[in-house]
Design a protein around this ligand. Structure first.
Ligand code: MV4
Length: 448
């Protein structure tokens, strides 16, 4: 095991990683920008190094400054968290060249799975269900129309270098397809420096289900079951839960086994999430792989009792994954609500400010992962999530009841947050009956 690692991130995920380091007896080196100078969680790290001004490009995204901090602090490894450099293959390569262990997958796995088309091809080879579509890039309108007529409208155009919904366009006929193709290619070029796009049959009103994967450096891959992340707004997840409330055990087994086959084929190690779309007939189709720890990992930690960050450190240090698949269990039900400082009544506009009031809930089955505290100043520089409220109870009904009680207790102000919206959703019959899809939230609530 490492003696000291650098945490190349901020906020709740930095604190999450520091906590696991303290339990493992691993010294942690935090990095912070000038905007985070007063963040209380920095005191829990063994060392804290200022890496620059507030803008992420001059701090948390600045590879030379992070590597310099790692060299000065003489760490053996770096944990990138999520966001920032977590899926930056260039950063992972530089860590490797500096002989600093990147706590994540190999550069090769990150590259392969970071390309939508390459990962789709790998999925096809592993008999992972794929949405019917173009088996490669679509370059011309003629090609696009041919594919669309073969698979049937509506279709969706996706950027191969994209993710999280960026660069996606839905087309319902030849005219709209021709009009969207050029725009999608231009947007992909601008956003990802790669204009490659492909086409899939569009699943209307799907659910979003993903499988947590763990792999070690000796070829062993297991899953830690699935998470349902269907409650989203513009590709931003708001609520996640495990297990998925609408699939049976046979579907769960097939879903998780396909994710393991894909990770095995990629020679994957560390933590990853294999994302799927699920249609109304409960058929699932591969979407993409996220080669990082995800915001919603606590939901899986609660139902399985596994510390996923600890597994990442142990695997990165060369330990074998001594957890067998038949010993992994999904017990009870867990739900996570993301606490963002945004105003849902005003289009989720970010609302930075001082948390003059901040009192988190507790009691049986309640977990709060947050770096925030009373009088904490939330600046405009980084994303608006200040924490996550997670509950874990024996049944989904009990988890919803506990979440409602915990949300009632949660005090955060005077800034606007997503807490009132979560209170509404937890009381909503559609949510309670799991009669939702990825567009439900925006269809049923005025989003300002
Ligand atoms: C789709 C889809 C419907 N049909 N692909 C959104 C981002 C990326 N994860 C892929 N996404 C989608 N791909 C086909 N063939 C609908 C979405 C989608 C979505 C997926 C998951 C979670 C939220 C979503 C919100 C809008 C669209």
């Amino acid at each position: 095991m490492f003696s000291r690692i650098l945490v190349a991130n901020r906020g709740e995920i930095a604190l999450r990683i520091i906590r696991t380091c303290r339990e493992l007896g691993v010294e942690s080196v935090a990095v912070y920008s000038e905007a985070d100078r007063d963040a209380a969680y920095l005191q829990l790290a063994d060392e804290a190094i200022c890496i620059g001004p507030a803008p992420a490009g001059e701090s948390y995204l600045n590879i030379p400054r992070i590597i310099s901090a790692a060299e000065v602090a003489d760490v053996q490894a770096i944990h990138p968290g999520y966001g920032f450099l977590a899926e930056n293959t260039h950063f992972a390569e530089i860590c490797r060249s500096c002989k600093i262990e990147f706590i994540g997958p190999s550069v090769e796995s990150m590259k392969m799975l970071g390309s939508k088309l390459a990962s789709r091809n790998l999925a096809r080879q592993c008999q992972v269900p794929l949405t019917p579509g173009s088996d490669g890039p679509v370059k011309s309108e003629k090609e696009a129309v041919e594919v669309a007529r073969k698979i049937g409208y509506p279709v969706i155009i996706k950027a191969s270098g994209g993710g999280g919904g960026r660069g996606m366009r839905v087309a319902h006929n030849d005219i709209s397809l021709k009009g969207s193709l050029k725009a999608a290619q231009a947007e992909a070029e601008a956003a990802f420096k790669d204009s490659t796009v492909f086409i899939e049959k569009y699943h209307e009103e799907p659910r979003h289900v993903e499988v947590q994967i763990l792999g070690d450096k000796y070829g062993k891959v297991i899953h830690l079951f699935e998470r349902d992340c269907t409650i989203q707004r513009r590709h931003q997840k708001l609520i996640e839960e495990s297990p998925c409330p609408v699939i049976d055990d046979e579907t769960r087994r097939e879903l998780c086994a396909s994710a393991v086959r894909l990770a095995n084929a990629a020679g994957y190690y560390s933590a990853a999430t294999v994302e799927f779309i699920m249609d109304k007939q409960k058929k699932f189709y591969f979407l993409e792989v996220n080669t990082r720890i995800q915001v919603e990992h606590p939901v899986t930690e609660e139902v399985t009792g596994q510390d996923i960050i600890q597994w990442q450190l142990r695997i990165a240090s060369g330990e074998k994954l001594d957890l067998d698949q038949q010993d992994a269990r999904c017990n009870g039900a867990a739900i996570e609500c993301r606490i963002n400082v945004e105003d849902p009544e005003r289009g989720f506009v970010p609302c930075p400010g001082v948390l003059e009031e901040f009192a988190v809930p507790g009691g049986p089955g309640v977990r709060v992962d947050t770096h925030a505290h009373q009088n904490y100043r939330i600046g405009p520089n980084y994303d608006s999530m200040i924490g996550k409220l997670i509950v874990h109870r024996p049944t989904r009904e009990q988890a919803i009841a506990t979440m409602r009680r915990a949300l009632e207790e949660f005090r955060a102000g005077p800034v606007k947050t997503t807490i009132p919206l979560h209170r509404q959703i937890m009381s909503d019959q559609d949510f309670q009956q799991a009669r939702v899809d990825t567009g439900w939230l925006e269809r049923t609530r005025k989003m300002g």
